[in-house]
Design a protein around this ligand. Structure first.
Ligand SMILES: NC(=O)c1ccc[n+]([C@@H]2O[C@H](COP(=O)([O-])OP(=O)(O)OC[C@H]3O[C@@H](n4cnc5c(N)ncnc54)[C@H](OP(=O)(O)O)[C@@H]3O)[C@@H](O)[C@H]2O)c1
Length: 245
């Protein structure tokens, strides 16, 4: 509905919300009326800009530094968010890592780093937010990946970490019902810059919808899970223009 604010007064946290897809998710939630906290790790300036853009939309917004690999950092960041927002209705686990590597050359350090960020990170953030989300009858949206559904040969550690995040989403949905609904959005090839790149064109040509995804496509799916009946839980929604078919 034009002008409707389905998330008016709701309190949301988007991890890794300073730039790229996370920024688009934060802005979409704010446009829907939510007060939004974002976390950032290295992108301090982008986080400040995003907070300023969020406030322009007339909502409360702030950014907190957080490294999702560090338990103490996560516990402290989530506590600050809950304190400042006065509770939490929606957690979007967006922060993630991506890397290209030949499977036979992936080191233990690379493997563990991928899982620390993409799988253990969302677990730690969700665990820290559990009490507040339970109290608010809230929701979690995890950002998975088409790579967690379909194998990408040169991204084995990434794909496996996202497949694990998909299962974590299903497990959380079952464990934390009926108070918290948990769903997962699995983006395909999402282009966040205007830059023309031959690889992007290759993916667009392979995609049934004949284009790559935009951050706004991912935001629409997150907004759906943020506003749909809480009876919809434990679901995995690919946003890939049919690339995975
Ligand atoms: N882009 C795509 O085509 C695509 C496709 C499928 C799935 N996805 C998923 O969608 C999400 C967003 O994608 P994206 O391309 O926008 O991601 P991205 O730019 O690679 O990363 C998003 C943010 O994650 C944060 N981050 C990384 N490691 C972190 C850590 N240890 N602790 C805290 N924050 C950390 C970074 O924050 P700072 O910048 O502040 O350091 C970064 O801005 C990710 O989960 C990604 O896996 C993306």
């Amino acid at each position: 509905m034009e002008g409707a604010k389905p998330l008016a007064g709701k309190r949301a946290l988007v991890t890794g919300g300073a730039r790229r897809i996370g920024r688009a998710l934060a802005l979409a939630l704010a446009k829907a009326g939510a007060n939004v906290a974002i976390t950032y790790r290295g992108s301090t300036e982008e986080a400040e800009q995003t907070v300023s853009d969020l406030r322009e939309l007339g909502v409360e917004a702030f950014a907190i530094a957080c490294d999702v690999r560090e338990e103490a950092s996560v516990v402290s960041a989530v506590a600050q968010v809950v304190e400042r927002l006065g509770g939490l209705d929606l957690l979007v686990n967006n922060a993630g890592a991506f890397e290209t590597a030949a499977l036979e050359e992936i080191s233990v350090e690379q493997w563990d780093a991928m899982f620390e960020t993409n799988t253990r990170g969302p677990f730690l953030v969700a665990r820290s937010a559990h009490a507040a989300l339970k109290a608010a009858q809230g929701r979690i949206v995890n950002i998975g990946s088409l790579g967690g559904i379909h194998p990408w040969a040169t991204h084995a550690h990434y794909c496996t970490s996202k497949a694990a995040l998909h299962m974590l989403s299903h497990t959380m949905a079952k464990a934390w019902a009926p108070q918290i609904s948990v769903n997962c959005v699995a983006p395909g090839m999402i282009v966040t810059s205007e830059k023309v790149d031959a690889a992007y064109e290759h993916f667009a040509a392979k995609t049934p919808m004949q284009r790559n995804g935009k951050p706004e496509d991912v935001a629409a799916a997150v907004l759906f899970f943020a506003t749909c009946p809480s009876f919809i839980t434990g679901q995995l929604l690919a946003v890939d223009g049919g690339l995975g078919l």
